[in-house]
Design a protein. Structure first.
Length: 370
């Protein structure tokens, strides 16, 4: 097989396909990229037995064929080549020659017959979402997934399609994030359905999706899911199990609703967090008094505090938060203004953009030492 391709185009496609390559595996083909060459162009495929990525790449094909190369070595070579056309040619001896300007490489090939076949999907349900919308929904929830496998379903994102609205939810032991969006172009007989997308797949989709309005088609079978973009297809298994009733975690509106400038509150939380680290396990103390909100912390490294002027007066109130979770919640808000909804020092706090019900976060308080 032989093809000629621009370096920038090949490098971009490799960057996408390489996301599903197994890091270390007893099967060499799982550490490789399958390259299929036809007169229509190139198809690059990777598969780590959990996620499969197939992406198309334009090239001038002189001889059709199929081969497999080590993904890491091939990507490193392409990255370091000059910004010129790349000539890729294989020989029967199991060697490929890569030439770009004055630079030449010869590297061994992997038998493409050893590359595992990606499972096909028998469509049962489907929906279409703009890429930028889905990307934003994942970005606003993925950080709240559980990082341990004690409850595997919580390591993924929960997709819940109900009454024409897509809800994406993430929950761990300390917080919940939910982003919702009304779906367009649904058929009249569209059924409600739900599924749990594994955390690794969610993170890869966040990186692959672009900030464009082009559609991404989501195709579901009983155990697998497929995301179809213009040039790229991602296939993944689904997590099995019943997800929590997330609606029961959303508290009624707190009797204390405090508006903040997002950047001002974020800056204050970052300042007082400077004397906190994972080993010390100290927390941020949030208090209200009159027209002032105060964030403070005391640790063996010292003390820190910051005060924020408020547009209204509030009764004295005090609650504690894990600083990292508090900061994650604030920084996830894109809008200029947000609100904290508080009820009690021992009940969850609701964080949401001001005048926007499509995004909500719930964070649990921590007990403070007097």
């Amino acid at each position: 097989m032989k093809f000629i391709c621009q370096k920038a185009i090949l490098a971009e496609s490799l960057g996408i396909a390489s996301r599903a390559v197994a890091a270390k595996n007893a099967i060499p083909a799982l550490e490789g990229i399958l390259i299929e060459c036809t007169y229509e162009g190139l198809t690059l495929t990777s598969y780590n037995l959990e996620i499969g990525i197939i992406t198309k790449c334009s090239a001038n094909v002189e001889e059709e064929g199929k081969t497999c190369v080590n993904a890491r070595l091939f990507s490193d070579i392409i990255r370091k080549l000059p910004d010129e056309n790349i000539i890729f040619e294989t020989e029967n001896e199991g060697v490929t020659h890569i030439k770009c300007g004055p630079v030449e490489f010869s590297i061994p090939l992997i038998d493409p017959a050893e590359f595992p076949e990606i499972p096909s999907i028998e469509q049962e349900l489907s929906l279409t979402v703009p890429q930028d919308t889905l990307k934003n929904m994942i970005e606003k929830t993925i950080f709240a997934t559980a990082q341990t496998d004690i409850k595997p379903i919580l390591t993924g994102l929960y997709f819940d399609v109900k009454d024409g609205i897509l809800n994406i939810v993430a929950i761990d032991n300390y917080r919940m994030a939910m982003r919702r969006e009304k779906l367009l172009n649904l058929t009249a007989d569209q059924k409600d359905f739900d599924f749990i997308l594994p955390g690794p797949t969610s993170r890869e989709m966040e990186k692959i999706l672009e900030d464009v309005e082009d559609p991404v088609e989501i195709i579901l079978s009983q155990k697998r899911i497929c995301f179809k973009l213009e040039k790229t297809t991602v296939i993944s298994r689904l997590l099995e199990g019943k997800y929590y009733d997330y609606t029961s975690f959303i508290p009624k509106k707190g009797h204390i609703v405090v508006p903040f400038d997002q950047k001002r509150l974020s800056d204050a939380a970052e300042r007082v967090s400077l004397i906190i680290n994972e080993r010390l396990r100290n927390h941020v103390r949030f208090s209200l008094s009159g027209n002032t909100a105060r964030l403070s912390c005391v640790s063996t490294l010292g003390t820190a505090s910051d005060e924020i002027d408020l547009p209204a007066s509030y009764e004295n109130f005090e609650i504690g938060f894990n600083n990292r979770i508090f900061l994650d919640a604030i920084k996830a808000i894109d809008e200029a203004n947000l609100t904290l909804e508080l009820s009690s020092p021992v009940l969850p706090c609701v964080v949401r953009p001001e005048n926007n019900d499509n995004y909500i976060q719930i964070i649990m308080p921590v007990r403070l030492k007097n």
